[in-house]
Ligand binder design. Structure first.
Ligand code: AVJ
Length: 332
């Protein structure tokens, strides 16, 4: 029962998290096949407004984005980190494409399966668009576009929210380090709002989010040889208006011991003890401004949906060491 040298990096991170106090799991661990299917269902839930709000912003306000991406009509490259199957970006690319602007699309994702579907859908709908899919790590294959094209990096779907503010800052700085001055970054970010609305998004009456959370235990049982009893844990979501953080937990309903047959791991749970499984950060306009400033960007556009629930924020990479031109204070 020693630690298998064959464990992949994600399993090792899961294992390390379970050994911490309090116990936790990396949010990437959600997305096995079943978890990805459950997340697709979450995006269709009436209470999970994020997907619909982001779609609305892109569908209604894309001309402002295009103008910010290429004020002079120069060709640009749109690189999307974590594109998935690209279904959310297809409409945006179709709208851009119709104007005749010259751009190419570079989706980057860890799932070759998702990128395969993406290529098919784009080829069907936008056969003239240059699409260059890249599988794997966000940063290892990064290259500059040819002949001085501006690069626009997209990180949508409130995915940044899974990171703590410190982690987000470090990640944004890493993105910045690959960009040239004047390049752009487009982020989809969820905004602070009525805590009841927020809680409902992470605690649906249909129980899909609970199933998504509990699927982590099923995965641990399968991949790490654990013996979690799924009915002895409960999904619990919380939101703190103080720091804008939604958190999800799996709470042990009894005193229990969980073991692995594959790795050296034995977990004790007291009644009410939890595994912290996810954070989903919500931002205020001031926090967004600060994040941009701390990571080498100047915010240029702040687009919200009609109900002010969600924002798509466009930042420009500024010269390192300069103070940003604070354009946003006027528009926020
Ligand atoms: C994919 C990280 C944006 O945090 O809102 C949805 C994942 N978790 N319901 C989010 C999620 C529970 C989602 N993100």
């Amino acid at each position: 029962m020693s630690n298998s040298p064959l464990l992949d990096e994600l399993s090792l991170r899961a294992l390390a998290g379970l050994r911490q106090t309090p116990k936790r799991l990396p949010s990437m661990y959600f997305y096995d096949d079943e978890g990805s299917r459950l997340f697709q269902r979450i995006m269709c839930l009436p209470g999970y407004y994020l997907t619909e709000a982001e779609r609305e912003i892109l569908a209604h306000q894309w001309p402002k984005l295009l103008d910010a991406f290429t004020p002079d009509g120069r060709p640009f490259e749109l690189i999307e980190l974590g594109s998935g199957d690209g279904s959310k970006t297809l409409e945006l690319c179709a709208a851009f494409d119709k104007t005749g602007v010259d751009f190419s699309y570079v989706p980057v994702d860890i799932s070759p399966h998702a990128l395969g579907s993406l290529l098919k859908a784009f080829d069907w709908r936008l056969p003239g668009l240059r699409v260059q899919a890249r599988t794997g790590d966000y940063f290892s294959g990064w290259r500059q576009p040819g002949n001085g094209q501006r690069q626009i990096v997209m990180f949508m779907g409130s995915n940044l929210g899974n990171m703590s503010l410190d982690e987000a800052r470090a990640f944004l700085k890493q993105i910045r380090s690959h960009m040239q001055e004047g390049d752009g970054l487009l982020l989809g970010l969820d905004l602070m709002k009525n805590p009841h609305t927020l809680l409902a998004a992470y605690n649906d009456p249909e129980g899909v989010t609970a199933a998504f959370n509990l699927n982590l235990l099923r995965r641990l049982n399968r991949e790490l040889g654990m013996n979690f009893k799924l009915d002895r844990f409960s999904h619990y979501a919380s939101y703190s208006p103080l720091d804008g953080t939604a958190r999800s937990f799996l709470v042990s309903l009894d005193k229990q011991t969980v073991r692995s047959t594959r790795v050296d791991l034995q977990l004790q749970f007291e009644p009410g003890e939890s595994i912290y499984t996810e954070q989903s950060q919500k931002y205020s306009p001031a926090m967004i401004q600060q994040l941009a400033q701390d990571s080498g960007f100047a915010p240029k556009l702040h687009l919200q949906d009609g109900q002010g629930r969600y924002c798509v924020s466009f930042w420009q990479a500024i010269q390192r060491g300069t103070q940003p031109q604070n354009d946003l204070s006027l528009t926020i």
